[in-house]
Design a protein around this ligand. Sequence first.
Ligand code: PLP
Length: 393
Amino acid sequence: MVSETMYALGSKRSCIRELFEYGLRQAKAVGKENVFDFSIGNPSIPSPPEVNEAFVSIVRDRDSLSVHGYTTAGGSDEARAAVAADLNARYDAHIKPQNLFFTCGAAPALIAAIRALAVEGAEIMAIAPYFAEYRPFVEANGPKFVAVPADREAFQIRFDELEARITSHTQGIIVNSPCNPSGVVYTQETLERLGEILTRKSQEYGHPIYILADEPYRELSYDGAEPPFIPNIYPSTIVCYSYSKSLSLPGERIGYVCVPDQAEDSQRVYAAVAGAARVLGHVCAPSLQQLVVAKCAAVRPDLKAYDRNRTALYEALTEYGYHCAKPTGAFYMFVQAPGGDAQAFSDRAKEKNLLVVPGGDFGCPDYFRVSTCVDYDMIQRSLPVFKELIETA
Ligand code: PLP
């Protein structure tokens, strides 16, 4: 016998993976240049040169046993100190090395944070449109998943809807800014308002409601948008970070959970995160990657290519009549499906080898996601297809 829950999760691939793999097959069948794959969020800019230099010099110059050996469960002192120093320099954040727990990317970081809060009857909220994996991450680890309906114009937060869904069981709310799939960055004012509501509700219910700040796109913002460091606004914030996107290292699996001292019950939350990581088997994140982070904690990506893609697609699609909030972060656009049914639109697009992700799993079945971390020439080749699809909708 197998667990039906795990069987269901493992036997049905995510819609994004399905499309991506379909694209690879089609590229073999009809030629790579005839497939326009906007499905997956795989970084399309190389890692900054400092990162590759760090890999080489670490492997070349350091004692191999120390490079490849286990670190302590939460990560090496060296890596934690480097990240804490970087956060403090950038945000005046007062983070200590012992607030950090290294993980294999943002997904295990978030799951450890969710499990840490998974008391009996717990509810975890997310704001639509949300990263499609949040629902399984939450539900398979115990809590009830509660979705806050989307503000379909600007993809900001509908505070009335959010407040109406907070109950005495609410343990946390996942905040993802810059957002996958909308590309929206929450402003300081938005986060302050969110903080006020959560502070009031925490007092009302007599226990903290944590923000789980899922931040793999923190370094990816444009047009002067600057994602605030959320613990500086709302102290009971658990930050889940990843180098997958910022340093173009998604396959290397490195990130961290940060539980700042100022978060309520900080030490108990940190211990619960460590406990969750332990039972997930995710202690001691890859030690080579930790050493790379120790050297490159302050390195930032060069966003010119993503910015060019974003501008080119946004300008072309809106000129053709598509409706979309202009993304100022991450590398996605969330576009209203002509005709209102994103699945039908995605199916029609697929027939023309244009792969876009229908928004049902993101909590918005009338929108589709376009990844802009792609080749610029592919964007140019795809534009006539986007045009035709809206003209024939
Ligand atoms: N959270 C969001 C919003 C993401 O988009 C992703 C990956 O695309 C993740 C978490 C998982 O990131 P990682 O690959 O670092 O586990």
